[in-house]
Design a protein around this ligand. Structure first.
Ligand SMILES: Nc1ncnc2c1ncn2[C@@H]1O[C@H](COP(=O)(O)OP(=O)(O)O)[C@@H](O)[C@H]1O
Ligand SMILES: [Mg+2]
Length: 353
């Protein structure tokens, strides 16, 4: 069942335009919107919430056209980066505020608050004031306040941006739990690709006021619609020519390197292929897998916390790979070192032409 649908939604704010936004979200689905700063992500969710008036298009929520409804009548809740709790109220009162129009019976309200406080791990904080809580705790309260009214749609605008990595990881777990328990429909704006991998069913990539690509996470992240998306999701793009068909497999010549690719495209075609950095295997000894295995040189190593980004080159091809720090150490990788690269045929995606 469809919960929300945006149809050709267009908004003008000063110089900025949100153009022809189309997006459909099923009930219970978790959608992340990701894009660079200034893409229009906040304007888009503020428009869904009712704070900006579109000059074109419609917003359909649970079958109703809510395009001109005032924000408080939409049945939509929103969580911001900076918590926005009421400082003079306790945690309990803050959460109760979110339910004030929906739950009138005091006993039921109490039960509901206890239930959600339990799920969000804030039961022990109910009598405290927001200023005595950590950022992560405050955001858990803000989420509890936003969903106690059982909104048809929960919007979150960079909810983890003010939090450190450890706290963010913990919060993702709470959000995942509450999304399941309450069967929430969520649109979550983020600039962190980890949110998309770990939380979302679908992802929309935004740039310059438009949605460039929308679909299942796995699909978008393995088949970017254009170079902007490819760059943004950090995938390798190569161009090559099919030289041989071997049943379900073809051999693709990229420069002087032969890759095996699973596809039903036929010989002679120039094709574009995508390979995710985490799908590139590296070893010091030849794995003897035939085509799809080749030698390359480590051009650059970028340390990035527990993961390391490697730039591998072979003649005119440069490939980005991601390895754990431990694995890089174990292989003794360093700039200039020769390694063997292996890419499984099923991990090479062919762009539709
Ligand atoms: N109220 C406003 N009036 C005019 N321009 C605005 C307003 N709000 C946002 N903008 C502009 O719209 C663009 C998109 O902003 P925003 O949605 O906040 O981007 P994002 O959240 O993707 O970083 C920016 O260029 C911003 O300056
Ligand atoms: Mg924003």
């Amino acid at each position: 069942m469809e919960m929300i649908r945006l149809e050709n939604l267009s908004v003008a704010l000063g110089q900025f335009h949100l153009r022809n936004i189309n997006l459909a979200v099923e009930k219970g689905e978790y959608v992340c919107i990701i894009g660079p700063t200034g893409a229009g992500k906040t304007v888009l969710i503020e428009t869904i919430a009712g704070f900006h008036k579109p000059y074109k298009g419609r917003i359909i929520l649970d079958g109703d056209d809510i395009t001109s409804k005032p924000p408080e009548k939409r049945g939509i809740s929103i969580v911001y980066q900076d918590y926005m709790l009421f400082p003079h109220m306790t945690v309990y009162e803050n959460i109760a505020y979110g339910a004030k129009k929906k739950i009138r019976d005091k006993r039921i309200l109490e039960e509901e608050i206890e239930r959600i406080a339990h799920i969000m791990g804030i039961s022990h904080l109910l009598n405290r004031k927001p200023e005595t809580l950590s950022g992560g705790e405050q955001q858990r309260v803000a989420i509890a306040r936003a969903i106690i009214s059982k909104p048809k749609l929960l919007l979150m605008d960079e909810p983890f941006s003010a939090l450190d990595t450890r706290t963010t990881e913990k919060l993702r777990d709470f959000v995942k739990r509450v999304a399941t328990e309450y069967d929430l429909t969520i649109i979550h704006v983020t600039h962190d690709i980890v949110d998309v991998w770990s939380l979302a069913d679908k992802v929309a990539i935004m740039n310059n006021g438009t949605i460039i690509q929308y679909g299942e996470v796995e699909e978008v992240f393995s088949k970017p619609a254009d170079d902007f998306v490819a760059e943004f999701i950090d995938i390798n793009i190569l161009e090559g020519e099919i030289t041989e068909v071997l049943g379900e497999m073809v051999l693709v010549k990229v420069g002087d390197t032969i890759l095996r690719v699973k596809t039903n495209t036929t010989t002679g075609h120039r094709i574009r292929i995508f390979i995710r950095p985490e799908d590139i295997y590296i070893s010091n000894t030849p794995p003897d897998y035939g085509p799809g295995c080749f030698r390359a040189v480590v051009e650059k190593i970028l340390e990035n916390g527990p993961y390391v980004q490697l730039f591998l080159s072979r003649n005119n091809i440069v490939l980005k790979a991601v390895l754990t720090r431990g694995y890089v150490r174990c292989l003794g990788l360093a700039r200039g070192k020769h390694v063997y690269v292996y890419i499984r045929p099923e991990n090479v995606r062919v762009a539709e032409t």
